[in-house]
Design a protein around this ligand. Structure first.
Ligand SMILES: [Zn+2]
Length: 323
């Protein structure tokens, strides 16, 4: 599903027929965010094979620091995207770009726009500035005004059902994160098996959803073929959720690293959890906090290599035991 959406974007880019606005449906911290970043890299990359992921522009896009990429997201307190932020974005999008190229605006969690923000946006969607692209990233497109949706091209990376799975893993994962770092080997093993348990439940939920979505064409297949197809569908969705899970873990651990490095606490992603994060940062040096991040990245890499999940998690959590 991803590959298809990506091909569509690439072809549109190469033939100069990109839409002016896209709604990207998926996780605004996971797959949909990554997809939006990839689209921007494609537009701004200075390499030969776009996106190269290595040039200055690609790196700036990824860090959300590219001068011609404008990002807005909900205010941390109200959880709303304010009309003045939308108007600011539109104003900057209609100015000429830094180097005469593209201007891109991204609205993260676009469903958090209130009525006046959406109305402010509508005017731009009717008359988009030339050489501009607007990406609305959301996990609940149904919360956007139909008039907005109809003026955008829609890219669905994961359906609402995947969003519903958020309930399965997000809260239990946060509980694990609140107990980091493990107090010892036993505690590490316990946290590892809880993480494994969460992913098992996610997989069950995905299986149910995938089986529920079978259509007549699928059911006409013989059993062994169907089994292979089902497994492929389940695994590809599981990978997406796993990516989201590790993204949250990484974000959390980055917050710990920031605090362990003495960065101001209003820069935190999990600003509501600053107390817990501060406690955890006290158990770390800058070096050990950085190492924990590497362990989490390692977990996600090793999962792709058919090593048993429990073993991977167990080994990683043991390496994160507090000193
Ligand atoms: Zn590049």
């Amino acid at each position: 599903m991803h590959a298809e959406a990506w091909e569509g974007i690439k072809n549109g880019f190469e033939s100069g027929r990109l839409a002016h606005a896209y709604v990207i449906v998926g996780s605004p911290r996971g797959n949909a965010l990554h997809f939006a970043e990839s689209v921007l890299k494609l537009l701004f990359c200075e390499g030969a094979e776009k996106p190269c992921n290595e040039c200055k522009a690609c790196r700036q896009v990824e860090a959300h620091k590219h001068v011609d990429n404008l990002w807005i997201e909900p205010q941390s307190k109200s959880r709303q995207i304010l009309a003045e932020d939308v108007r600011g974005l539109i104003k900057r999008m209609s100015q000429t770009s830094f180097d005469g190229g593209w201007k891109a605006g991204v609205i993260l969690s676009a469903d958090c726009m209130n009525e006046s923000s959406e109305n402010a946006l509508l005017k731009t969607l009717e008359e988009p500035p030339p050489k501009s692209i607007l990406l609305l990233v959301t996990d609940s497109a149904q919360s956007l005004l139909p008039t907005i949706i109809s003026r955008c091209q829609k890219i669905v990376l994961s359906e609402g059902r995947a969003g519903a799975l958020d309930d399965v893993w997000r809260a239990p994962l946060m509980n694990i994160l609140h107990e980091m770092p493990p107090t010892g080997g036993l505690d590490a093993a316990r946290l590892a098996s809880r993480l494994k348990g969460i992913l098992d439940e996610v997989k069950e939920g995905i299986s149910d959803a995938v089986i529920g979505e079978l259509d007549q064409n699928d059911e006409a297949l013989d059993e062994s073929k169907l089994k292979v197809i089902l497994e492929a569908r389940i695994n590809s969705r599981l990978k997406e959720v796993q990516a989201d899970v590790f993204r949250v873990m990484l974000d959390w651990q980055r917050d710990v690293l920031m605090l362990a490095s003495g960065v101001d606490q209003d820069k935190l992603l999990f600003s509501n959890d600053w107390k817990t994060l501060t406690e955890q940062a006290k158990l770390h040096t800058q070096g050990s906090a950085l190492k924990a991040i590497q362990e989490i990245e390692g977990m996600s890499r090793r999962l792709d290599r058919n090593i048993p999940a429990l073993q991977i998690f167990d080994e990683a959590f043991r390496k994160m035991v507090r000193r």
